[in-house]
Design a protein. Structure first.
Length: 391
Protein backbone atom coordinates (compact mmCIF):
# COMPACT_ATOMS: atom_id res chain seq x y z
CA UNK A 1 0.00 0.00 0.00
CA UNK A 2 1.22 3.53 -0.74
CA UNK A 3 2.11 5.84 2.07
CA UNK A 4 -0.79 8.19 2.59
CA UNK A 5 -1.73 9.40 -0.88
CA UNK A 6 -4.18 6.50 -1.38
CA UNK A 7 -6.53 7.40 1.44
CA UNK A 8 -10.05 8.42 0.47
CA UNK A 9 -10.60 11.99 -0.58
CA UNK A 10 -12.15 14.13 2.13
CA UNK A 11 -14.30 17.20 1.69
CA UNK A 12 -11.97 19.80 3.22
CA UNK A 13 -10.86 23.20 1.94
CA UNK A 14 -7.21 22.36 2.62
CA UNK A 15 -5.41 19.13 3.27
CA UNK A 16 -1.77 18.34 3.93
CA UNK A 17 -0.17 15.21 2.58
CA UNK A 18 3.05 13.38 3.25
CA UNK A 19 5.87 14.47 0.94
CA UNK A 20 7.05 10.90 0.68
CA UNK A 21 3.54 9.76 -0.21
CA UNK A 22 3.81 11.37 -3.67
CA UNK A 23 6.74 9.78 -4.76
CA UNK A 24 10.91 -4.33 -2.93
CA UNK A 25 13.89 -7.02 -2.56
CA UNK A 26 14.46 -10.50 -4.00
CA UNK A 27 17.49 -12.22 -2.56
CA UNK A 28 18.44 -15.85 -2.82
CA UNK A 29 21.00 -17.66 -0.75
CA UNK A 30 22.78 -20.97 -1.05
CA UNK A 31 25.21 -22.96 0.97
CA UNK A 32 25.47 -25.94 3.24
CA UNK A 33 22.65 -24.59 5.39
CA UNK A 34 20.13 -22.52 3.47
CA UNK A 35 19.16 -19.40 5.42
CA UNK A 36 16.72 -16.73 4.37
CA UNK A 37 17.97 -13.28 3.37
CA UNK A 38 18.50 -10.79 6.17
CA UNK A 39 17.19 -7.64 4.48
CA UNK A 40 14.11 -5.95 5.95
CA UNK A 41 11.76 -7.04 3.18
CA UNK A 42 12.70 -10.72 3.38
CA UNK A 43 12.58 -10.78 7.18
CA UNK A 44 9.19 -9.10 7.19
CA UNK A 45 7.76 -11.54 4.66
CA UNK A 46 9.22 -14.64 6.30
CA UNK A 47 9.20 -13.61 9.95
CA UNK A 48 6.03 -11.52 10.21
CA UNK A 49 3.71 -12.17 7.28
CA UNK A 50 4.75 -15.84 7.05
CA UNK A 51 5.32 -16.86 10.68
CA UNK A 52 2.56 -16.91 13.31
CA UNK A 53 4.94 -16.55 16.28
CA UNK A 54 6.75 -13.53 14.84
CA UNK A 55 3.44 -12.01 13.74
CA UNK A 56 1.90 -12.38 17.19
CA UNK A 57 4.99 -11.04 18.98
CA UNK A 58 5.05 -7.86 16.87
CA UNK A 59 1.29 -7.31 17.15
CA UNK A 60 1.23 -8.03 20.87
CA UNK A 61 4.03 -5.56 21.68
CA UNK A 62 3.00 -2.80 19.26
CA UNK A 63 -0.67 -2.85 20.24
CA UNK A 64 0.10 -2.97 23.97
CA UNK A 65 2.66 -0.15 23.76
CA UNK A 66 0.37 2.01 21.61
CA UNK A 67 -2.42 1.66 24.17
CA UNK A 68 -0.26 2.88 27.10
CA UNK A 69 -1.37 6.45 28.02
CA UNK A 70 1.25 9.21 27.91
CA UNK A 71 1.96 11.87 30.52
CA UNK A 72 2.97 15.31 29.22
CA UNK A 73 5.22 17.42 31.43
CA UNK A 74 5.94 21.07 30.57
CA UNK A 75 7.11 23.98 32.72
CA UNK A 76 7.79 21.55 35.55
CA UNK A 77 4.17 20.41 35.87
CA UNK A 78 1.91 17.77 34.39
CA UNK A 79 -0.24 19.09 31.56
CA UNK A 80 -3.67 17.62 30.94
CA UNK A 81 -4.27 20.01 28.04
CA UNK A 82 -1.32 20.70 25.76
CA UNK A 83 -0.85 21.31 22.00
CA UNK A 84 1.39 18.23 21.75
CA UNK A 85 -1.36 16.03 23.22
CA UNK A 86 -3.82 17.49 20.72
CA UNK A 87 -1.41 16.74 17.86
CA UNK A 88 -0.83 13.16 19.02
CA UNK A 89 -4.56 12.60 19.52
CA UNK A 90 -5.11 13.11 15.76
CA UNK A 91 -1.70 13.15 14.05
CA UNK A 92 -3.09 13.00 10.50
CA UNK A 93 -6.48 12.60 8.77
CA UNK A 94 -6.00 8.87 8.30
CA UNK A 95 -4.76 7.83 11.75
CA UNK A 96 -5.36 8.33 15.44
CA UNK A 97 -2.77 8.18 18.21
CA UNK A 98 -2.98 4.41 18.69
CA UNK A 99 -2.69 3.70 14.96
CA UNK A 100 0.29 6.03 14.51
CA UNK A 101 2.22 4.60 17.45
CA UNK A 102 1.32 1.01 16.54
CA UNK A 103 2.85 1.58 13.11
CA UNK A 104 5.92 3.24 14.65
CA UNK A 105 6.45 0.43 17.16
CA UNK A 106 5.92 -2.14 14.43
CA UNK A 107 8.62 -0.58 12.25
CA UNK A 108 11.00 -0.58 15.22
CA UNK A 109 10.36 -4.25 15.96
CA UNK A 110 10.67 -5.33 12.31
CA UNK A 111 13.66 -3.24 11.23
CA UNK A 112 15.14 -1.65 14.34
CA UNK A 113 14.32 1.81 12.95
CA UNK A 114 11.30 4.08 13.21
CA UNK A 115 10.85 7.29 11.21
CA UNK A 116 8.31 10.05 11.86
CA UNK A 117 7.79 12.75 9.23
CA UNK A 118 6.58 16.26 10.10
CA UNK A 119 4.24 17.86 7.56
CA UNK A 120 3.31 21.53 7.54
CA UNK A 121 3.75 24.07 10.31
CA UNK A 122 1.22 25.46 12.77
CA UNK A 123 1.30 28.84 14.46
CA UNK A 124 2.74 27.36 17.66
CA UNK A 125 5.62 25.79 15.76
CA UNK A 126 4.32 22.23 15.87
CA UNK A 127 3.77 20.20 12.67
CA UNK A 128 0.27 20.07 11.27
CA UNK A 129 0.56 16.33 10.65
CA UNK A 130 2.75 13.39 11.64
CA UNK A 131 3.32 10.35 9.41
CA UNK A 132 5.23 7.10 9.92
CA UNK A 133 7.63 6.30 7.06
CA UNK A 134 8.37 2.75 5.97
CA UNK A 135 11.81 1.83 7.23
CA UNK A 136 12.73 -0.28 4.21
CA UNK A 137 12.39 2.80 1.99
CA UNK A 138 14.44 5.20 4.12
CA UNK A 139 18.23 5.53 3.96
CA UNK A 140 20.56 7.73 5.99
CA UNK A 141 22.82 10.20 4.18
CA UNK A 142 25.82 10.75 6.50
CA UNK A 143 27.88 13.94 6.44
CA UNK A 144 31.63 14.38 6.68
CA UNK A 145 31.48 14.15 10.47
CA UNK A 146 29.42 10.95 10.34
CA UNK A 147 26.17 12.50 11.56
CA UNK A 148 23.11 12.32 9.26
CA UNK A 149 22.72 15.38 7.04
CA UNK A 150 19.65 14.03 5.23
CA UNK A 151 17.27 11.10 4.88
CA UNK A 152 16.22 9.75 1.48
CA UNK A 153 12.88 8.08 0.90
CA UNK A 154 12.99 5.91 -2.24
CA UNK A 155 10.04 4.41 -4.10
CA UNK A 156 9.60 3.38 -7.71
CA UNK A 157 12.93 4.76 -8.87
CA UNK A 158 12.24 8.19 -7.37
CA UNK A 159 13.68 9.68 -4.20
CA UNK A 160 12.58 12.41 -1.83
CA UNK A 161 15.29 14.02 0.27
CA UNK A 162 14.65 15.30 3.79
CA UNK A 163 17.35 17.86 4.61
CA UNK A 164 18.44 17.79 8.27
CA UNK A 165 20.44 21.04 8.20
CA UNK A 166 17.47 23.35 8.83
CA UNK A 167 16.32 24.97 12.04
CA UNK A 168 14.17 21.91 12.88
CA UNK A 169 14.45 18.33 11.72
CA UNK A 170 11.70 17.18 9.33
CA UNK A 171 12.26 13.53 10.32
CA UNK A 172 12.51 11.94 13.76
CA UNK A 173 14.66 8.80 13.64
CA UNK A 174 14.26 6.42 16.57
CA UNK A 175 16.49 3.37 16.46
CA UNK A 176 17.29 0.35 18.58
CA UNK A 177 20.80 -0.25 19.87
CA UNK A 178 23.17 -1.76 17.32
CA UNK A 179 26.79 -2.30 18.39
CA UNK A 180 28.11 -2.62 14.82
CA UNK A 181 26.20 0.10 12.96
CA UNK A 182 26.41 3.86 13.44
CA UNK A 183 23.22 4.77 11.58
CA UNK A 184 20.73 1.90 11.78
CA UNK A 185 19.28 -0.11 14.67
CA UNK A 186 19.19 -3.86 15.27
CA UNK A 187 15.70 -5.32 15.44
CA UNK A 188 14.44 -8.36 17.38
CA UNK A 189 13.44 -9.80 14.02
CA UNK A 190 17.09 -9.82 12.93
CA UNK A 191 18.23 -11.40 16.19
CA UNK A 192 15.57 -14.12 15.80
CA UNK A 193 16.31 -14.77 12.11
CA UNK A 194 17.86 -18.23 12.66
CA UNK A 195 15.03 -19.36 14.92
CA UNK A 196 12.51 -18.06 12.37
CA UNK A 197 14.16 -20.11 9.61
CA UNK A 198 14.08 -23.24 11.79
CA UNK A 199 10.42 -22.67 12.70
CA UNK A 200 9.40 -22.07 9.09
CA UNK A 201 11.36 -25.12 7.93
CA UNK A 202 9.65 -27.26 10.58
CA UNK A 203 6.26 -26.01 9.41
CA UNK A 204 7.17 -26.84 5.79
CA UNK A 205 8.26 -30.31 6.87
CA UNK A 206 4.95 -30.85 8.68
CA UNK A 207 3.04 -29.71 5.59
CA UNK A 208 5.01 -32.14 3.41
CA UNK A 209 4.23 -34.94 5.85
CA UNK A 210 0.50 -34.12 5.68
CA UNK A 211 0.65 -34.13 1.89
CA UNK A 212 2.11 -37.63 2.17
CA UNK A 213 -0.92 -38.91 4.10
CA UNK A 214 0.65 -37.89 7.44
CA UNK A 215 2.78 -41.02 7.62
CA UNK A 216 6.41 -41.89 6.91
CA UNK A 217 7.52 -43.33 3.63
CA UNK A 218 7.87 -46.99 2.84
CA UNK A 219 9.62 -49.14 0.26
CA UNK A 220 8.31 -51.51 -2.39
CA UNK A 221 10.59 -54.53 -2.62
CA UNK A 222 10.55 -56.66 -5.82
CA UNK A 223 11.79 -60.22 -6.10
CA UNK A 224 11.39 -61.95 -9.41
CA UNK A 225 10.74 -65.64 -9.96
CA UNK A 226 14.47 -66.19 -10.39
CA UNK A 227 15.27 -64.29 -7.17
CA UNK A 228 16.58 -61.21 -8.98
CA UNK A 229 15.03 -57.91 -7.84
CA UNK A 230 15.25 -56.01 -11.14
CA UNK A 231 12.20 -54.59 -12.92
CA UNK A 232 12.07 -54.01 -16.62
CA UNK A 233 12.08 -50.29 -17.57
CA UNK A 234 8.44 -50.34 -18.67
CA UNK A 235 7.42 -52.13 -15.45
CA UNK A 236 9.27 -49.58 -13.33
CA UNK A 237 7.70 -46.61 -15.14
CA UNK A 238 4.20 -48.08 -14.82
CA UNK A 239 4.67 -48.73 -11.08
CA UNK A 240 5.91 -45.19 -10.43
CA UNK A 241 3.01 -43.73 -12.41
CA UNK A 242 0.42 -45.72 -10.47
CA UNK A 243 1.91 -44.64 -7.11
CA UNK A 244 1.97 -40.96 -8.09
CA UNK A 245 -1.59 -41.05 -9.42
CA UNK A 246 -3.37 -43.27 -6.90
CA UNK A 247 -1.43 -43.24 -3.63
CA UNK A 248 0.11 -39.79 -3.10
CA UNK A 249 -1.48 -36.73 -1.53
CA UNK A 250 -3.85 -36.14 1.36
CA UNK A 251 -6.93 -37.18 -0.66
CA UNK A 252 -5.49 -40.69 -1.07
CA UNK A 253 -4.74 -41.15 2.64
CA UNK A 254 -5.47 -44.71 3.79
CA UNK A 255 -6.14 -45.99 0.28
CA UNK A 256 -5.07 -49.66 0.03
CA UNK A 257 -2.30 -50.56 -2.39
CA UNK A 258 -2.75 -53.51 -4.75
CA UNK A 259 0.59 -55.21 -5.36
CA UNK A 260 1.17 -57.78 -8.06
CA UNK A 261 3.24 -60.89 -7.72
CA UNK A 262 6.77 -60.37 -6.52
CA UNK A 263 6.08 -56.96 -4.96
CA UNK A 264 6.12 -56.47 -1.20
CA UNK A 265 5.54 -53.27 0.87
CA UNK A 266 7.97 -52.53 3.72
CA UNK A 267 6.79 -49.85 6.13
CA UNK A 268 9.45 -47.41 7.43
CA UNK A 269 9.01 -46.06 10.94
CA UNK A 270 9.80 -42.55 12.13
CA UNK A 271 13.47 -41.92 12.71
CA UNK A 272 14.60 -40.28 16.00
CA UNK A 273 15.10 -37.02 14.11
CA UNK A 274 11.51 -37.19 12.86
CA UNK A 275 10.23 -37.72 16.38
CA UNK A 276 12.22 -34.70 17.66
CA UNK A 277 11.00 -32.36 14.91
CA UNK A 278 8.02 -31.15 16.92
CA UNK A 279 10.22 -30.33 19.90
CA UNK A 280 12.62 -28.50 17.60
CA UNK A 281 9.75 -26.36 16.36
CA UNK A 282 8.66 -25.53 19.92
CA UNK A 283 12.24 -24.65 20.89
CA UNK A 284 12.47 -22.31 17.88
CA UNK A 285 9.17 -20.68 18.87
CA UNK A 286 10.51 -20.04 22.38
CA UNK A 287 13.67 -18.49 20.94
CA UNK A 288 11.58 -16.13 18.77
CA UNK A 289 9.53 -15.09 21.80
CA UNK A 290 12.75 -14.62 23.80
CA UNK A 291 14.21 -12.29 21.17
CA UNK A 292 11.10 -10.10 21.28
CA UNK A 293 10.78 -10.20 25.06
CA UNK A 294 7.39 -11.89 25.08
CA UNK A 295 6.82 -14.64 27.71
CA UNK A 296 6.06 -17.85 25.76
CA UNK A 297 3.12 -18.45 28.10
CA UNK A 298 1.34 -15.45 26.55
CA UNK A 299 1.69 -17.03 23.11
CA UNK A 300 0.35 -20.42 24.16
CA UNK A 301 3.72 -22.15 23.68
CA UNK A 302 3.86 -25.22 25.97
CA UNK A 303 6.84 -26.27 28.02
CA UNK A 304 7.62 -22.89 29.59
CA UNK A 305 7.43 -22.69 33.39
CA UNK A 306 9.34 -19.47 34.00
CA UNK A 307 6.32 -17.69 35.48
CA UNK A 308 3.97 -19.09 38.12
CA UNK A 309 0.82 -17.97 36.32
CA UNK A 310 -0.52 -15.98 33.40
CA UNK A 311 -0.99 -12.78 35.42
CA UNK A 312 2.65 -12.82 36.53
CA UNK A 313 3.82 -13.32 32.95
CA UNK A 314 1.55 -10.47 31.84
CA UNK A 315 3.08 -8.10 34.42
CA UNK A 316 6.60 -9.10 33.42
CA UNK A 317 5.73 -8.49 29.77
CA UNK A 318 4.70 -4.90 30.52
CA UNK A 319 7.54 -4.18 32.95
CA UNK A 320 10.38 -5.68 30.89
CA UNK A 321 9.22 -5.11 27.30
CA UNK A 322 6.30 -2.75 26.74
CA UNK A 323 7.05 0.10 29.15
CA UNK A 324 10.79 0.39 28.29
CA UNK A 325 9.94 0.52 24.58
CA UNK A 326 7.17 3.06 25.13
CA UNK A 327 9.50 5.21 27.28
CA UNK A 328 12.22 5.16 24.61
CA UNK A 329 9.85 6.18 21.82
CA UNK A 330 8.05 8.81 23.91
CA UNK A 331 11.35 10.39 24.91
CA UNK A 332 12.54 10.57 21.29
CA UNK A 333 9.25 12.06 20.06
CA UNK A 334 9.18 14.59 22.93
CA UNK A 335 12.71 15.82 22.21
CA UNK A 336 11.87 16.17 18.50
CA UNK A 337 8.60 18.06 19.09
CA UNK A 338 10.24 20.28 21.72
CA UNK A 339 12.70 21.31 19.02
CA UNK A 340 9.75 22.57 16.98
CA UNK A 341 8.17 24.40 19.90
CA UNK A 342 11.39 25.84 21.26
CA UNK A 343 10.69 24.80 24.85
CA UNK A 344 11.22 21.97 27.31
CA UNK A 345 8.88 19.01 26.94
CA UNK A 346 8.69 15.56 28.52
CA UNK A 347 6.54 12.63 27.39
CA UNK A 348 6.55 9.42 29.37
CA UNK A 349 4.25 6.40 29.68
CA UNK A 350 1.82 6.33 32.57
CA UNK A 351 1.96 2.88 34.23
CA UNK A 352 -1.08 3.82 36.35
CA UNK A 353 -3.15 3.56 33.19
CA UNK A 354 -2.11 -0.07 32.52
CA UNK A 355 -4.70 -2.56 33.79
CA UNK A 356 -2.14 -5.38 34.01
CA UNK A 357 -0.20 -3.42 36.64
CA UNK A 358 -3.23 -2.58 38.81
CA UNK A 359 -2.16 -4.92 41.63
CA UNK A 360 1.30 -3.35 41.80
CA UNK A 361 -0.25 0.12 41.83
CA UNK A 362 -2.63 -0.81 44.66
CA UNK A 363 0.25 -2.15 46.77
CA UNK A 364 2.30 0.97 46.11
CA UNK A 365 -0.53 3.32 47.08
CA UNK A 366 -1.19 1.32 50.24
CA UNK A 367 2.49 1.27 51.23
CA UNK A 368 2.93 5.02 50.71
CA UNK A 369 -0.42 5.87 52.31
CA UNK A 370 0.51 3.97 55.49
CA UNK A 371 3.89 5.73 55.80
CA UNK A 372 3.13 7.99 58.79
CA UNK A 373 6.51 9.74 58.61
CA UNK A 374 5.67 11.25 55.20
CA UNK A 375 3.67 14.42 54.73
CA UNK A 376 0.75 14.57 52.30
CA UNK A 377 2.85 16.60 49.87
CA UNK A 378 5.64 14.00 49.97
CA UNK A 379 3.17 11.18 49.43
CA UNK A 380 1.67 12.96 46.43
CA UNK A 381 5.14 13.54 44.99
CA UNK A 382 6.03 9.84 45.36
CA UNK A 383 2.81 8.90 43.59
CA UNK A 384 3.52 11.29 40.73
CA UNK A 385 0.66 13.64 41.59
CA UNK A 386 0.69 17.43 41.57
CA UNK A 387 2.00 19.06 44.74
CA UNK A 388 -1.03 21.30 45.21
CA UNK A 389 -4.35 19.57 45.81
CA UNK A 390 -7.61 21.37 45.28
CA UNK A 391 -10.57 20.10 47.24
Amino acid sequence: MGLFSRRKEQAAPERKASAAGRIAALVAGSGRAVWSARDIGSLTRGGFAGNPVGFRCVRLISEAAAAVPLICMADGARQELHPVLDLLRRPNPGQGRAELFEALYGQLLLSGNGYLEAVGLRGDGLPEELHVLRSDRVSVVPGEDGWPVAYEYALGGRKHRFDMNGAVDPVCHIKSFHPLDDHYGLSPMQAAAVALDVHNAASAWSKALLDNAARPSGAIVYKGVDGQGVLAPEQYDRLVGEIEMNHQGARNAGRPMLLEGGLDWKQMGFSPSDMEFHQTKLAAAREIALAFGVPPMLLGIPGDATYANYAEAHRAFYRLTVLPLAAKVADGVAWWLAQHMGGALVLRPDPDGVAALADERDRQWKRIGEAAFLSDAEKRALLGLAADHEE
